[in-house]
Design a protein around this ligand. Sequence first.
Ligand SMILES: [Zn+2]
Length: 165
Amino acid sequence: MNLPPIPGTGGCGVASPVRINGVKLSSGAKLKLTPDAVLNCDMAAEVADFLDGEVARIEASGAGKIVEVQNAGSYECRGTNRVVGAKLSEHALGNAIDLRAFKFADGHSITIGADRTPTWVGVKGAACARFKTVLGPGSDVEHKDHLHLDMRMRKSTTICQWVLD
Ligand SMILES: [Zn+2]
């Protein structure tokens, strides 16, 4: 759903925000995103395409059918890592999402930072191939329980930090 522009103070805000409560998958199924995420239009398209690909890959691996992804944060006017006065977070531009868990049709979930599963190895590879910044558990204490993805523009570097063991 398209939203009116979000005016912001101090550099926050989104010119073309959208609110998404799920992703229509290539398989025809609907993947729920809970709670809704507010993102800029381009980031929403990246997230939808990423989740479509990952759900297909995970389901093809035999891990089960995924019905829902838990969102732990999207648009929010704040500094990096919630530090007041810090450089503006990509969340403040609608350019970032934090993912927490994937829920399967049989009711079980796999949670980032809590569950060890080979599924995360593939998710990390796909995330780091697509997004400019990938910060998960092991990167720093702020990301111990979720996966931060953003499309922050940098000259050439990308950040791919998620310790899986
Ligand atoms: Zn984040």
